[in-house]
Design a protein around this ligand. Structure first.
Ligand SMILES: [Zn+2]
Length: 196
């Protein structure tokens, strides 16, 4: 991998690679794709370096990590959502203003019609052959943004629901009650299991 990284001249990308490698454990092809997607999104959304971003990753694999460590989007701060469609795609938006209903976001996908021009990268993508990360990442560096497709979409911001804490009538533990029910989700699940 050191040989691959030596070819990169941009100090900012090198900095990103270093942080992602230590956070993710190593530089996987998917993590590198996440770095590229983040950089494309920031440019398309005209985000300044300190801008708060929100991301929905369409897979659990690799992609979320660059967004967590480089953009501060985490599960806990709710700036990272994962909809596990098993797709190499992300939807990114900036923070909406107070009382803004629609927010401009961009969906970026690693496009198989475009990776097809790079047979070994395409093999990695389609999992039809053994392609080492070093090789796939080298191709991605050369291909740059040409293997991605993006489109802008306006997404509706959901209203923050009022937080209501209740005590479960069964286990006595406190929980965030979303539908005004008297049982926590865990107890409800247990009861469902007993019924079956
Ligand atoms: Zn309970």
């Amino acid at each position: 991998m050191d040989e691959v990284i030596k070819k990169i001249a941009d100090p900012y990308i090198l900095f990103q690679i270093e942080r992602v490698s230590s956070f993710h454990g190593y530089l996987s092809t998917g993590a590198f794709i996440g770095i590229q997607m983040l950089n494309i999104a920031k440019r398309l959304l005209d985000a300044d370096p300190a801008e708060q971003l929100y991301v929905t990753c369409e897979t659990y694999s690799c992609l979320p990590d660059p967004f967590q460590i480089l953009a501060g989007c985490t599960i806990g701060n709710k700036k990272l959502k994962i909809r596990d469609f098993g797709k190499m795609a992300v939807v990114v938006n900036k923070k909406g203003k107070e009382d803004q209903i629609l927010v401009r976001s961009v969906r970026i996908v690693l496009d198989p019609a475009k990776t097809a021009k790079y047979p070994r990268l395409h093999e990695w993508y389609m999992n039809t052959g053994k392609v080492p990360h070093e090789e796939a990442i080298t191709i991605l560096i050369d291909a740059g943004e040409s293997v991605y497709t993006y489109k802008f979409i306006d997404i509706e911001l959901s209203k923050k629901p009022e937080k209501r804490i209740a005590l479960c009538v069964n286990c006595g533990e406190s929980f965030i009650s979303k539908n005004g029910g008297a049982l926590c989700l865990e107890c409800m699940e247990k009861i469902e299991v007993l019924k079956e």
